[in-house]
Design a protein. Structure first.
Length: 340
């Protein structure tokens, strides 16, 4: 027998020598929630083991991340007050802006990424400014009526304003997650015009309308008050559309393209990786974390082995960057050589 694939699985030395997927902690990003208030660290009920931090207490977590070798954070702000136009998203003294400035002061080497969206800041929980829009025609099957929907162009102007406010506060990178058309270009132009041409853009270019975001919406209080996000986030039956979204965003100036969620969308990660020549990130979202935690807490699965398989499969599919609530645990596993 000439071919004997098992020869290369004989022991740990050879198994590791021939590994096709290599990872290290520098490829991890940790998503983190900061909230208004003082001296508070609150556990998020839908994400056991994950917390919301006030600005004066977030340093504890940042220190721990750095100790584990995780040097990048994706910050989400939870403001004390929300309004129709999400004005706290771009307020110079908004929660996320204050968090960025403090984090940069205390941890100058930390790489800070800001989530750019309005859903955590609007009273209605949608990702932008709402308007009434006429749809349908006169035909009986599709009678003319109005829907309330996110108004694309005024929203992208606000996205640009949020991005600039975060850059001013110290963000190294901005990550628009709203899925409006044309926002990457609007953000790039606004950043450049303000002298922030070195601030990069990681676009949530391929973001599916997904039930996997459920726990996050509890964490951020950002569930839409009515309707859903299907008129702006992608239908999970589609993959060719993902190529279009990714290519458009690269043309508009995105430096990194993200596919989200991760676990159920690895075919999309692989295809997008082949379709565009920028680094690919994938976000293992709150629902993925919550499912693992719930099952592990009941003793039904082995958490360490499950998160290892989830992470490695994302890299194997083509992701170079992995955004995960398990970033610290994964960094340890990578350094120990358990994975990667
Ligand atoms: C904001 C945003 C969401 C997530 C990241 N940015 C929520 C949503 O689109 O409803 C989800 C992240 C997660 O579930 O961990 N638009």
């Amino acid at each position: 027998m000439l071919q004997r694939p098992r020869r290369l699985r004989e022991n740990d030395v050879i198994r590791r020598m021939v590994r096709e997927t290599r990872m290290d902690p520098s490829s991890l990003i940790y998503p983190m929630f900061v909230m208004d208030g003082e001296n508070k660290v609150e556990e998020i009920p839908s994400l056991p083991g994950q917390f919301r931090y006030t600005v004066d207490r977030m340093g504890e977590k940042l220190e721990s991340l750095i100790r584990h070798g995780v040097n990048s954070v994706l910050l989400f702000g939870i403001p004390a007050v929300k309004d129709e136009s999400g004005s706290q998203a771009y307020a110079p003294d908004g929660i996320v802006q204050r968090a960025m400035t403090k984090a940069k002061e205390d941890f100058p080497d930390l790489y800070i990424i800001g989530d750019v969206c309005m859903c955590e800041y609007t009273s209605h929980g949608h990702c932008g400014i709402l308007h009434e829009r006429a749809v349908g025609n006169q035909a009986e099957l599709h009678p003319r009526h109005t829907v309330v929907d996110v108004d694309n162009d005024p929203t992208i102007r606000l996205m640009a304003k949020i991005a600039v406010s975060q850059a001013r506060a110290g963000a190294d990178m901005v990550a628009p997650s709203d899925m409006m058309d044309g926002r990457v270009l609007a953000i790039r132009q606004a950043l450049d015009a303000e002298g922030f041409d070195y601030v990069s853009i990681m676009s949530y270019a391929v973001k599916y309308a997904s039930a996997f975001y459920g726990p996050f919406r509890d964490a951020a209080g950002s569930a839409p008050a009515f309707g859903d996000r299907r008129s702006y986030q992608m239908d999970y039956h589609n993959i060719r559309e993902a190529m279009k979204e990714a290519k458009t965003d690269v043309e508009e100036g995105a430096d990194i393209i993200m596919v989200k969620p991760a676990m159920s969308f690895l075919d999309v990660v692989a295809r997008v990786h082949d379709a565009v020549d920028v680094p690919i990130a994938t976000y293992s979202v709150s629902g993925e974390y919550a499912m693992v935690k719930a099952a592990a807490m009941k003793g039904m699965i082995d958490e360490k082995r499950i998160i290892s398989e989830m992470a490695v499969s994302a890299y194997r599919a083509g992701a170079g960057i992995y955004i995960s609530y398990f970033a610290e645990e994964l960094a340890d596993l990578m350094r120990e050589g358990y994975i990667g």
